[in-house]
Design a protein around this ligand. Structure first.
Ligand SMILES: [Mn+2]
Length: 362
């Protein structure tokens, strides 16, 4: 069970709302998971009214059982069975109040309904309050992210024997997802990326029917979800390398460059440092390694915050334009890469925990 009081304190520290309404559609607003801590359940159309010292969950009969069995302290559950009742209950909770909503999720059509039926006095955007609260993790969140990392790394350590000449990216993806499920993942954090050879030069390539050939790059970018929390890890392999070939030598140079960049970033990622400076440390390493052979070939930002969402608290990122300072207990991906169009790409990604000293790799 999560400590709801602490989470409400964190969110309301940056909001002048009297009540924040978290409304799900057929999909769930991840802030709903953050404030309830519920594992499982879809909570389609579920509504959570969060106030400074209490929460009220409006939920249908369908998911009442899951909610009741996982109910944290300080939460009241109202069973609703028709649209009319929902608005009646909401009105009772919200009338005359300053109401927060999440502009990062809530569809405009829902926002209009909320405005019309709640009789709130004023509406304020609470998206930033959630992002700020969620970017630093508590002990139970860090443990879940750690377990999600353990699971994906176990599956990655078992994947190489499944490489077969002539298999497609889709087939290897299926093998990987099966290993990760057996290792204990609740589900993948995102659709697994498997890219062979020159496809690996496209950072978001989706697995297709490309066949695996000898001396090819195999890039695998994957994540497990565990207890609502994500991991995100990338490994780059070479299948049946021809160690004397120029291609293999180039791949190894790229690998050493990316590895060096990842380590440079890890050293720069201390509490108090600018997020941009961590990206810049990696980029500088890549641009100057091997006499500048890979200058300009690192084509994305170094990392993103990770938590309930794989891209958690989006405004906080290890990117050249981001002007926030690192704080302890933030979790980011550290994922430099170099990409050569028509040849291939190498990326290495691990998740890191910010501490007062050097960042810790999960
Ligand atoms: Mn990532």
């Amino acid at each position: 069970m999560i400590d709801v009081t602490k989470r409400l304190d964190k969110v309301f520290a940056n909001s002048d709302a009297d009540a924040i309404v978290v409304m799900n559609t057929d999909n769930m607003d991840s802030n709903f998971r953050y404030l309830t801590g519920f594992s499982g359940g879809l909570f389609e159309q579920g509504i959570l009214v969060a106030e400074r010292k209490r929460m009220t969950l409006l939920v249908s009969e369908l998911e009442y059982g899951i909610a009741a069995s996982q109910k944290p302290k300080g939460m009241e559950i109202l069973k609703v069975d028709s649209a009319r009742d929902i608005w009646k209950d909401l009105k009772a909770l919200l009338k005359g109040k300053t109401i927060g909503f999440n502009s990062g999720f809530l569809p405009y059509s829902y926002y209009k309904l909320l405005k019309k039926h709640s009789l709130g006095k004023r509406f304020v955007d609470s998206a930033a309050a959630f992002e700020h609260a969620r970017v630093t993790k508590d002990g139970s969140e860090i443990r879940s992210i750690g377990k999600a990392n353990e699971i994906v790394k176990k599956a990655l350590s078992q994947i190489e024997p499944h490489f077969k000449e002539g298999m497609t990216e889709k087939e290897l993806t299926a093998e990987f997802d099966f290993l990760m499920a057996k290792a204990g993942a609740d589900e993948p954090s995102f659709e697994s990326i498997v890219a062979f050879d020159k496809n690996s030069a496209l950072p978001h390539h989706m697995p297709d029917d490309t066949k695996l050939r000898r001396n090819s790059i195999v890039l695998i970018d994957v994540g497990a979800k565990y207890n609502n929390y994500c991991s995100d890890v990338t490994r780059s392999f070479v299948f049946k390398p021809d160690k004397g070939s120029a291609k293999y030598k180039r791949i190894m140079d790229m690998y050493a460059t990316v590895k060096g960049a990842q380590e440079a970033a890890l050293k720069a990622a201390v509490a108090g440092a600018q997020m941009s400076s961590v990206h810049n440390a990696a980029e500088r390493f890549i641009n100057t390694a091997h006499g500048g052979a890979y200058k300009g070939k690192f084509i994305h930002s170094l990392g993103h915050s990770i938590g309930i969402d794989v891209h958690d608290s989006r405004v906080y990122a290890l990117a050249s334009s981001v002007k926030f300072k690192l704080e302890r207990n933030m979790v980011f991906s550290d994922e430099p890469g170099v990409y050569i169009t028509g040849f291939g790409g190498i990326r290495i990604e691990d998740d890191i925990l910010i501490t007062d000293g050097a960042a810790k790799m999960f």
